[in-house]
Structure formats: C-alpha cells, structure tokens
Design a binder for this molecule. Structure first.
Ligand code: BYC
Length: 476
C-alpha cells in the first residue's frame, strides 16, 4: 500500500490525519469539488458502474487497481511519489542545495502562479469533454474517456493540496477559484487558450489527448525538476497517469487513420466520407488545429518569466538531470526560430530566455514520432498520403508568430492568402458538421462505430466485448 490511507475520507499518503487544520480545509473543499463534478463533469452516466483504474500506491509496480466504480464514488486523493533521499536542486542559482520541503517566502508568488496555471487546466479539460459520453464510439472508448476525466479530477486534487498545504489563505482562495472558472466562459474563462476551445466530437477528443495532454507531459516533467520537493513529487506521480491519456489519444487517432485506410482500399476511392469514414485531409486539418493551439501553451519564444522560474530553481528543463551542462545557463545560447520583420529567421538568444522554446522543441520532436507511426499505418495500406505537422508558426496566437500569418509550409503570407486558403488548412464548419453526423453512440459490448477501427487489445487483459461501462442501470 506504500502508505496510502484508504480508510480516510480523502485517501492520501501525506499523513493528512496528523495535520488537523489542513485536513479540515480539504474536507471543506471536497464537497465543493463534488458539486463541481456533478455540475460540470461527464453529462449523464454518473450512476453507472465504470471499469476504472484507481491509484492505490505510489510504487512503480502495482499502483493501480481495476474495478467497477460509479464516478462520483471514485477515490480522488493525494498521492506524492516517494521522497528521494537527500534530493538536491538540479539547476539555477540554488544548484546543489537541498531541495525545499516548504515554499521559500521570496518565491511564493511565482510558485503560486505556476501551480494555479497547472491546476486550472485539469478541471478545464473535464468541462471541455463533458458532452462526449452520449456519442461514444464503443463502451471501450467510453470507459477510457471516463478514466481520463477522473484522473484529471485527481490532478486537480494534486494542485489543490499544494495550494492548501503551502500557500495559506491565498492558496485556499485560489483553490476555490479553480472550481469557479469555466472553460469557454466569456466572463470567467480558463487561464490558457487551448482550454477554452470546444471538444465537440471524438475526433477532437483524441486529438486533444494526443496534442494537448502531451503539453501536460512536458510541463509536468519540467515542474518535476522543481526545487520545491512536494511539487516535484506530486508531478512525478501525475506523469504516470498522464501517459495513459496520451496513449488514448495516439491510439484513438491511429484507429481512425486505420479505418480510413481500410475504407479507401475496400472502395478503391479517396472519398471515404461517402462510406462513413473520416478522410485523411480532414484528419490533417484537425492535426493543424490541435497542434497549433497546443504549441501556444508553451508561451513566448523569448520569456523572462521562464528565465526567472529556472534561475530561482522552480521549473527546470525536460530531463534536466540528464543534461550535461552547467545547469545555470549563464553564458549559453540557444537557437530560436521566430518572426523578424516579414520573414522567419533563426537566431541565437541567451539560453535562459529561450527555455519555453526549448521545451517546445522537445514537444515537437515527440509529436513527430506519433505522426510517423500514423504514417506507417497509411504506408502499410500502400496509400500515397503523408500526414504532417504544420510549421511551428502556423495559426499561432502566442509569441512572435502571433503577429503574422504563416502557411503550414512555413511562409509568411498576406491576410488575403490566409483568407483564401484557411479552409484548406483548418477544420471548416462543414468538416465539423460532417464529423458530427458520425457521432452516433455504439454501446453494445464489442461494437465499434464505423469510422474507427477496434483497438488491438482490451483493458487490463479483458476482451474487447467486455462491458466496460454497465449501462443496465438507468443513467443519473
Ligand atoms: N494562453 O512569458 P510568457 C496539462 C500568458 S497542460 C493564454 O510568454 P511563460 C493538461 C502567460 O500566462 C500543462 N495565456 O510565458 C493537458 C503570461 O501571462 P501573465 C499546463 C498565455 O509565463 C490536458 C503571458 O502570457 N501546465 O497539464 O513563460 C488536459 C506571458 O507569458 C498562454 C502549465 O502550463 C496561452 N497559451 O509561460 C489536462 C505549467 N501562454 O503572467 C491537463 C505551468 C502564455 O503575464 N505554467 N500566456 O499574466 C507555466 O509554466 C507558464 O505559465 C506557461 C507560460 C508555460 C503556460
């Protein structure tokens, strides 16, 4: 059990019962969280039993337990990875000093902002996905959606724990505000752009899990390097859950690509839509959209915020400890591609200010690996099409490219060319309408909608026709 107390109202491995004040504060927040879940979590299905994985330990082996749970009864809790003995700060001005068990007073504001920004994305994604249950392509996919949703809820708990435990009254207020903002709301939107976009259909959901959850992986990996030890430990455990969300995204898109290729071969036609599939040009436009809004999540190419967070020892680089340099970056430079006047240029800038771009580079390389795997599927069907990541400047709102129009192949273009061609590059209202026509629920065990191939295997060794969500009870 590695110290997880499941008998408590709030399962945890942080000895919550020994800190009465904190326990009381979190127990007060808990019903507000549940109210939010009921109002803004998955629409319907709250009374149905779902075959979910629950964290029961933070050990590498055996941290998960599978079983039927009604979502509101999911054991949301607080899990920090095991402490590392004598952990030292691995970068910045405090390099080599012992990691902090508490928040250093002078860094309170910056740390709070990072934690709130991270925390805000978690409930946002649940809100974005709340209508999807009704149009699930299979019970297998429905269960995966709900697994992702409850784990995002747990990630919210992770950040709320830090706010309550280390930031006093300000932290409690921020924790409440996390339940008050709403994705896409005009007056009280979520903090970051991508988390105010709609996720109206399952194609968008799989793209979101592939591209946007992958930003989560890179941000959490950077925060895992943090000198603030409780933040590091909580992110380390969150990353184990995040991996499943990216798996859902990559497999989901991969299965749609597979089905489209099968339909193209079977009907000897590119006109997959006529046969109930999603054509590859539409897939490309969805990739262009989700990739570009996710690139924005890394912030500006050149950022003093990022430099400060690094120098202070609060947010490191991806795999900081594996890098062979001085971990201070005082004199280092890094090449950054951005807009210079009316052309795109790459220039060396101080590496400290280029940390957002460097993380974006790591992310882009990771996205490309997924695209390569989808292209392998297309090639196996002997179809001469390649999916591509558009240029990093395409359709950007944040950073230097936010000021210009860039084509997917990386040319600075005029507003007139953008207007004339954006329908080739980004999902059109007609694309969305077409995809919406495919979103009809397939809820008999073992049945899959006609636009997506079944997965290679079921969950936890179970067959594909397992009843992953029990729909026999009436929906709540
Ligand atoms: N939208 O210096 P700049 C996840 C703001 S996803 C709106 O360029 P900085 C998940 C920025 O806040 C991971 N605003 O950037 C995935 C700043 O505003 P203020 C989430 C934006 O600060 C799926 C100003 O622009 N975690 O876990 O170096 C499902 C100038 O900022 C955006 C984190 O983000 C944007 N896209 O870096 C569920 C980690 N981009 O302060 C979950 C924590 C920038 O001047 N956050 N701005 O008012 C951070 O590390 C940083 O806040 C950012 C921005 C990387 C987001």
């Amino acid at each position: 059990m590695a110290g997880v107390d499941y008998l408590e109202r709030i399962p945890n491995n942080v000895n919550l019962r020994d800190d009465r004040r904190l326990l009381r504060a979190l127990e007060e927040w808990q019903p507000r969280f549940l109210d939010w879940w009921k109002e803004m979590g998955p629409e319907g299905f709250q009374a149905n039993e779902v075959y979910l994985r629950t964290a029961i330990s933070v050990d590498r082996d055996g941290w998960a337990q599978f079983g039927y749970v009604k979502m509101p009864d999911y054991r949301w809790g607080i899990f920090l990875a095991e402490p590392e003995a004598d952990r030292r700060i691995a970068f910045g001005d405090h390099l080599g000093k012992p990691a902090w068990p508490e928040v250093p007073g002078e860094y309170r504001g910056v740390l709070r902002r990072l934690i709130v920004t991270q925390g805000d994305t978690e409930p946002a994604s649940v809100e974005q996905q709340r209508h999807l249950g009704r149009t699930c392509p299979s019970l297998y996919d429905l269960r995966n959606l709900f697994q992702v949703n409850v784990e995002e809820g747990r990630h919210l708990w992770a950040m709320v724990y830090l706010l309550h435990a280390y930031f006093g009254r300000d932290g409690r207020e921020e924790a409440d505000a996390l339940l008050q903002r709403r994705s896409g709301d005009h007056d009280k939107p979520r903090i970051l752009g991508a988390f105010n976009e709609r996720t109206p259909d399952w194609l968008s959901f799989f793209m979101f899990c592939f591209f946007t959850d992958r930003d989560g992986k890179y941000q959490l990996a950077s925060l895992q390097e943090s000198g603030l030890d409780p933040l590091s430990r909580t992110c380390r455990f969150m990353l184990t859950e995040e991996a499943h969300h990216m798996f859902v995204g990559e497999m989901g898109v991969g299965r749609i690509v597979q089905k489209s290729c099968e339909l193209m071969r079977q009907h000897r036609s590119d006109d997959v839509r006529r046969h109930g599939g999603i054509d590859l040009p539409t897939m490309q436009r969805y990739i262009n959209f989700h990739y570009s809004v996710s690139l924005d999540l890394f912030g500006s190419e050149v950022s003093t915020n990022a430099a400060n967070a690094f120098t202070m020892g609060l947010k490191g680089r991806f795999e900081e400890t594996k890098k062979a340099d001085d971990h201070r970056l005082a004199d280092a430079t890094y090449p950054v591609t951005c807009l210079e006047g009316d052309r795109i240029a790459t220039r060396d800038v101080p590496a400290l200010t280029a940390l957002n771009e460097r993380l974006r580079d790591d992310y882009i390389a990771d996205c490309q690996r997924g695209i390569d795997r989808w292209n392998r599927t297309i090639k196996e069907h002997r179809i001469d099409v390649e999916l591509r990541l558009p240029h990093r400047g395409f359709h950007r709102a944040i950073g230097s490219f936010g000021e210009a129009r860039i084509s997917p192949d990386g040319r600075v273009i005029t507003e007139a060319e953008w207007d004339a061609r954006r329908r080739e590059w980004l999902p059109t209202p007609e694309d969305a309408q077409f995809v919406a026509t495919l979103m009809r629920p397939a809820v008999e065990p073992g049945r899959f909608a006609g636009w997506i191939a079944p997965p290679a295997r079921g969950i936890n060794g179970l067959p594909l026709d397992h009843e992953y969500v029990r729909l026999t009870r009436k929906e709540g």
